[in-house]
Design a protein around this ligand. Structure first.
Ligand code: C2E
Ligand code: CA
Ligand code: CA
Length: 330
């Protein structure tokens, strides 16, 4: 590391190379070279995660974590076939009428060994292993079927919003697969929305933009999730065919803590979106105070525990949130 501290000069430009080093020790971290190298590798990733230019020694905790991830990944491979995945639906509220105008589909995993596993714990694994592709199609199909059912059963015209991982978007056949699900379920795609999270991966990938445009050509609308937390750029608001911005929960919580900065940011996000003809939804709304502030500043839609937690499909009927058509047979 000391040696690498000195810049490397190429064409009279100076380059700095950071090094991350993982260390494993015999015999604690393994009886043979293969195991030692594997554990040194784990430690190296820990060093990188701490911010580059670090040395990390392998610890018992690191090894246990890795084993746990491995087990979880193995179970995840079987989760789809074993019907362990299901979806909860969180209502989205129209600010003006305070009525339900749609749902966001949120994935859940119920495993006999681990109980309910949260998306934050298994979506990253699913993305790393590519499992998110079949899993994501399962979510899309289920949510489409549910939307068809909702729109036959209830009077409200509901929009269904589905999270799409960037890994799915890189699938060369994603548009074909989505098209097939639309046809199979008979869903009206104008009531379908996909949510894509802001991320640095987005930048410099014209292919992803092209995919999003093709998905939009199927009639689906596009929301940018967690807006304001990632690599937001105003130029993206111009280049991407965005229908909705979802203001991240972090900003919304700033209303309650009295953060002037968060409140100012919310205000300008809403204003900017309005000027561009983009709809705005605030996430993670938990209090009436937040509702008031968002309403006063013209936020179109709201989503959060204040109105409802994500619901199991069988709990939606009894929730009184939606108005059924009058049933003639009743
Ligand atoms: P997200 O898309 O930002 O979803 C919103 C998260 O906030 C959900 O967490 C939701 O349950 C939670 N939430 C909603 N209202 C409130 C509130 O008032 N207060 C608080 N504190 N939280 C609230 P969840 O269900 O655990 O999902 C976490 C993340 O996992 C999602 O974040 C999304 O990025 C990802 N995810 C969920 N389902 C899918 C999926 O089907 N596909 C993909 N690719 N990602 C998914
Ligand atoms: Ca989302
Ligand atoms: Ca979000």
């Amino acid at each position: 590391m000391q040696a690498l501290k000195r810049p490397i000069v190429i064409d009279s430009e100076e380059y700095f190379l950071p090094a991350s080093i993982g260390v494993s020790l015999y015999p604690n971290d393994g009886p043979d070279a293969q195991t030692l190298i594997m554990n040194a590798d784990i430690a190296m990733y820990a060093a990188k995660a701490k911010g580059k230019n670090q040395v990390a020694y392998c610890t018992e905790e690191m090894k246990a974590q890795t084993t746990k991830r491995l087990r979880l990944t193995n179970s995840l491979y079987r989760a789809l076939d074993r019907n362990e995945l299901f979806i909860e639906y969180q209502p989205q509220i129209c600010t003006e009428t305070r009525k339900v105008c749609g749902f966001e589909a949120l994935l859940r995993w119920k495993n006999p060994d681990y109980g309910i596993v949260l998306p934050a714990d298994f979506i990253p694994l699913a993305e790393q292993t590519g499992l998110i592709r079949p899993i994501g199609l399962f979510v899309l199909k289920e949510a489409c079927k549910q939307l068809v059912f909702f729109n036959q059963t209830y009077q409200e015209a509901l929009v269904m919003s589905i999270n799409l991982s960037l890994v799915q978007l890189r699938d060369a056949h994603i548009v074909e697969k989505v098209r097939a699900i639309l046809a199979e379920t008979g869903v009206d795609s104008t009531y379908l929305q996909i949510e894509v999270t802001e991320s640095s991966n987005f930048l410099g990938e014209p292919l992803l933009l092209q995919r999003l445009i093709e998905l939009k050509q199927l009639g689906i609308s596009l929301a940018i999730d967690d807006f304001g937390t990632g690599h937001s750029s105003f130029s993206r608001l111009r280049t991407y065919p965005i229908d909705q911005l979802k203001i991240d929960i972090e900003f919304v919580q700033g209303i309650t803590t009295g953060s002037k900065k968060d409140m100012a940011l919310i205000k300008s996000i809403i204003q900017t979106a309005k000027n561009l003809g983009i709809e705005v939804l605030a996430e993670g709304v938990e209090t009436e105070e937040q509702v008031q502030y968002l309403q006063q500043n013209g936020c179109d839609k709201l989503q959060g525990y204040y109105f409802s937690k994500p619901l199991k499909v069988e709990d939606i009927a009894g929730s009184g949130l939606l108005t059924p058509w009058v049933n003639n047979q009743a």
